[in-house]
Structures are given as structure tokens and as C-alpha cells.
Write a protein that binds this ligand. Sequence first.
Ligand code: ADP
Ligand code: MG
Length: 258
Amino acid sequence: MSPMLEVTGLGHTYEAKDGAHTAISGLSFTVENGELLCVVGPSGCGKSTLLRAISGLIRPSEGTVSLHGTPVEGVPADLAVVFQDYSRSLFPWLSVQRNVEFPLRDLPRAERHERAEEALAAVGLSAAARKHPWQLSGGMQQRVAIARALAYRPALLLMDEPFASVDAQTRFELEDLLLRVRREQETTVMLVTHDIDESVYLGDRVLVLSKSPATAVAALDVPLGAEREQIATRASEEFVDLRARVAGLLQAREPVEA
Ligand code: ADP
Ligand code: MG
């Protein structure tokens, strides 16, 4: 069976007035069905560029991206993206319920409604369905963005530093929410972050990228089991060891044996 996502020899160079800038170079990896892959790399290394290439928003200069064995041309239908900046990802004039239903507009009304209600319940926002985004806190708005992606039931959920702009407590809650819903709905997730601890806490596997231009330095298995707990897991010896290994790999520029 082909992997859910296969990225092969990916490279991307931005052409700007003041010269060309290579953001990604020779990047290859796979995301297996049902896996939660965290991709960690320094700020500015090319993580968002990678997500744009996978989601068909930009055409990469080199290499290929395949979803279920089919090369991606344009924006694939069975993929959803959650961006970092919740304040710009929701429509302020639509209610929470309508925001979540928006990508489902081709479905019959009853099904649209049911899926949105289910997703809002999963993120603990049933009571806010009739509110508007501006009536909610930042953490709640990001929950709406996550609910919208889940209601769409994508084969692959891509997340670009989705918890980077919320406070620490909310971040912990949203991380645990993601772990719970991906278990319940068996979603395949690829999440990019610059946060080493977050990559280890959430991932089944962590792909470490080099500084710009991003290339794969190593991929590490995270043998922490499915049950994770913010205080105990982060304090465990395995966790501390893994985060030290990821931190060490982040210094490397060339692929190394993990
Ligand atoms: P990350 O998400 O890892 O912080 P990005 O993918 O946003 O990194 O950017 C990688 C590099 O590409 C950065 O040096 C950034 O300045 C550059 N870059 C990003 N978008 C563009 C663009 N549209 N045009 C030119 N350069 C860009
Ligand atoms: Mg980015």
C-alpha cells in the first residue's frame, strides 16, 4: 500500500526582485496512514513553504508530492490545513456554526449541520455555535479552526504551528484535544512546529529539518505510547532523552543516522 503522503526530492526556490531564495532543498519523507508526524525545524527554515507545496498552494520548483500514490496537482480535495493565525482564518461575519459548515457547502443541509455539530462538540464548543469569532478568546477561535478542519473529515490534516499564538495553558489543552480527536477519528496528521517539546509530546515520529534551505536531517520514532499526559510525560526520562536528541539534531546541517 502506498503511504498517505510521499514527498520526494522536494525543492523550492522563491524568485524575488533582490535575487532568488532557496527555502527547501532535496527533502524526502513519508507520512503513513493513521500516523501523527511532527515536523520540527528552526523559524524561517521553510516549514510553511513545505505545507504550501503539499497543499497545492504553490508549485514546488523540484520534486514531487503524492497523496495516496497520486501526484498532487492543484489543491487536493481530501486535505485540510489549520494555519497558525486563527484571527485571519475565520470569517468574522459568520457564526461559529457557519464557519465550520463553510467548507461543506456542497453537502445537503442536514448533513452539513450534523457534521458541524459533531466537530464543535469534539472541541468543546457546542455552546458557542451561534456566537461570532470576535466574541471568543484566541484559544476558542483556534478550536473553531480545528473543528472546521475536522468536520471536513480530510484524509490528511496539515497543521502549521497551530498552537503558537495561544497562551501556555491553552496550548496544553489544544495539544491534548488534538491527541484525543485524532485517536477517536483515526485522522492522519502532519503538524509543523519550531517547538522541540511540542514535537516530541505530540508525535508518533519527529522529522527534524535543517536550517534554511530545509532538508531532512533525521526522523526519530517517539516510543512514548498513545497515552500522554502534560506533566508526567514531559517529566519522564524517555521524553527528556528524546528532546535532547531532537535538539542535537537541529544543530546538524546534513542528514545523520538518528
Ligand atoms: P518557516 O515557516 O519555517 O518559518 P517559511 O517557509 O515561511 O519558513 O520561509 C522560508 C524562507 O523562505 C524564509 O527565509 C522566508 O523569508 C522565505 N520566503 C517565504 N515566503 C516567501 C515568498 N513568498 N517570497 C520570497 N521568500 C519567501
Ligand atoms: Mg511558518
